[in-house]
Write a protein of this length. Sequence first.
Lengths: 407, 257
Amino acid sequence: MKRQNVPQLLGALIVVFFVAFPFVYSGGNYDYIMHICIIGFFYAILASSWSMLAGYAGQFSFGHMAFMGLGAYTTALLCHYFFLSPEPTGICTEFAIGGHYLIVKNPIGVTSTTLTQDCLAQAMDKWNGTVEVTPMPVWLGIILGTVVGGIFGLLIGLLVLRLRAAYLALFTLGFSEILRATISAEIQITRGQAGLELPSLFENGITIAGHFFSKTDKIPPYFVMLFLLLGCLAVLYWLSQSRFGLFVRALREDQDAAAALGVNTTRYKVLVFVVTSSMAALAGTVYAHYVTIITPNNLMILQMSLVVAMAVIAGVESFIAAAIGAILIEFILEMLRTSFSIGGVTVDMTLWRLVFFGVVLMLTLRFARNGLLVPIIDFFTRGHVAAETVARRSDETAKTQNRETQS
Amino acid sequence: MIELSVSRLNKRFGGNHVLKDVSFDISGAEMVGLIGPNGAGKTTLTNVLDGAVKPNSGTVYLNGTRIDQLPSFEVAKAGLGRTFQVTRSFRRMTVLENLYVPAMAQGRSHKSAEVQEEALEVLDFLTMAHLRNEYARALSGGQQKLLELGRLLMLDPDVIILDEPFAGVHPKLMEVIYEYIRRVNERGKAMIIISHQMDSIFALCKRLLVLNYGDLIADDTPEKVKNDPVVIEAYLGTTEDRSGTGQHDDETRSTDG
C-alpha cells in the first residue's frame, strides 16, 4: 500500500468505528458517552465548515455560531408558533389553506402558563379534545432553518465583499453579537434567556429494523448527526476537489491576482459563505431538536471561540483535520471534568479544563501554525513530494548533460 | 487582429491626477515598452487597463469590446492578462494548481489530459517541471516570477502586460524571460512591457510609450524616444547618464511607478 493512501484507510476505519460504536460499546455511562459523540459530531460539522470558510477561503469569520443559531431559532420559532388545524380557532392569526387552517400562535413571552395561555391553548380548552392540531413537522423546520442560514450567509457574504482580515472578523463578530442581543431582548417572541423548547428529533419515537426507539434513545440522534457530518464532509470534499476549491484557495492567497486570471472572486466569496453558513444552520437545527431547547447562550462568543480553537488546534487548512479535532477535543474536554486533589488542594477541573484548553491553543499557535493533525496528514499525502522533486531535477540535469555531450 | 484602443483615460486619486488624457492604440502582435519615472502612472494605467481600478473618464476597447467598466475577471476573459510588479503567486498552492487556476477560470477542467499536458509543457519551457508538486512558497523569487508568467500562458490572453519582468532577476533567468517574451510574441500576442531596465526595453520593443506624471509625453520608436529632449528632461537624464547601461536608472528608480 502506498503511503499516500494511509489517510484514506484511516478515514474509512474511523467511519467504521463510529458506525459500529453504539452497538459494541456497553459501558454503564452509555447515554453520556453517546451524548458526547453526538455533540462531538455537531462541533465537527461546525469546525469543518468553518475550516472551509477560514482555512480554505481565508474568510476569518466569527459569525459561524450565529448561523448555527439562526438555523436553530428558525426551526424553534416555527415549531413553537405554527400549527395546522382542521378548525379555525377564531382567536389566533390564521390562514385558510385548502381544507385546513394555518394557525400562528400569539406570543406570550415568559410567563406562567397557568396564568396566561396562548390563543391555541385557549382554543384547545374550548374544543376539549375534539379537534387535533398538527405541529410543524421537524423535518420541515430543519429544511427551512438551513435555508434561512443560507440566505443570511448570502447577505453577509455580499456585505463583507470588500472587507478583509481583521475588518471581516470584527464585522462578523458584530453580526453575531447583534443577533444574540436581539434574541435576548425579544423576550415576548423568543422567550429571551429562558430559551425556546423544541420537539425532539423523533417526538413519537421511531422503529428501525423492527426495533422501537423512544424519543430519549440516543441511537437515532447519534446516527442522524453522524450521517449529517459524513454528508457535510462529502460535500466539502467534493467542493475542495472541484473548481470551487481551487478558486476559494486562490481567493485566500491573493484576491486581485485571482481576479486578474479570470476568477469571479465575488461569486466564490459569496458562495463559500452560503455553503458554510447553510451547513452551520443545518447542524444548528438538528442540534436544537436533539437537546430540545435553544437559548441565546448557544450563540455566545465563547462557543464560537470553541469552534475556532478546535479547527486551529487540529489544523484549519484541512476540514478533515478540523472534524477529527473537534470530536477529539470534545471528548478530551469532557474527560477533563474529573476533579482531583494535590496535597489536600482540590483542583476543580470543571473550571481548569478550559485553562488547559487555552494553553494548548496558545502553544499550537506558537509552535504548530498548521495545527497538530495537518502535519501528520501532510506526512502521508505530501511526504513523497520532496524526493520526487529531487529525482526529477536529477533526471532533467542528466538529460541536459547528455544533450550537451552529444552536440 | 488584436486591437487595443485607449482613449483619453483620466484617473484621479483625491487631488492627485495620475493619468491625464492618456490615449494610444496597439494593433497586432506589437511589443510596446512603457517607461517613465516613479509616480508616472505606469502601474495605475495597468490597473485601469485590467479593470482593478475604474477610470474617472475615458474608454478602453479590446477587440471592439469596451472593457474599462468591466471587473478584472471579465477583462481577463476578454483577453487582457497581466503580471504584478511584486510577484503574486498563490503561495500555499502547488505550482500545478497555480497554473490550473486560469485554465479553470476559462471553463476548462484540471482533470482533462489536455490541460495537464499543457501545464507540464509550460513548466518544461520555464525550466520548472521538476517543481510541479511543490508549494509556490517553496520557490525562489525568480521562480515565482516565472510561475506568474506561466499562469499567463495558461490564460492565453491577446494582450499581455508585464510589470517589471526583469527586476531582481539574475542573467540566466533573464534569458528564460527573454525567450518567453519572444515566443509569446511569435504566437501573435500583443505585449506591453513596463521596465526601468532600458537595455532590455530597447532590445525587445520597437515602440515606446513614455509616461511622466500622468502625461503620455512620447509614443515613438526607441531611437526617437532616446533623443527626444522632453523625454530626456523628464526621465532618461543627461546624455552622459544615458551612455551607461541603464544601471543608474535601476538603482535610483527601483520602486513602484
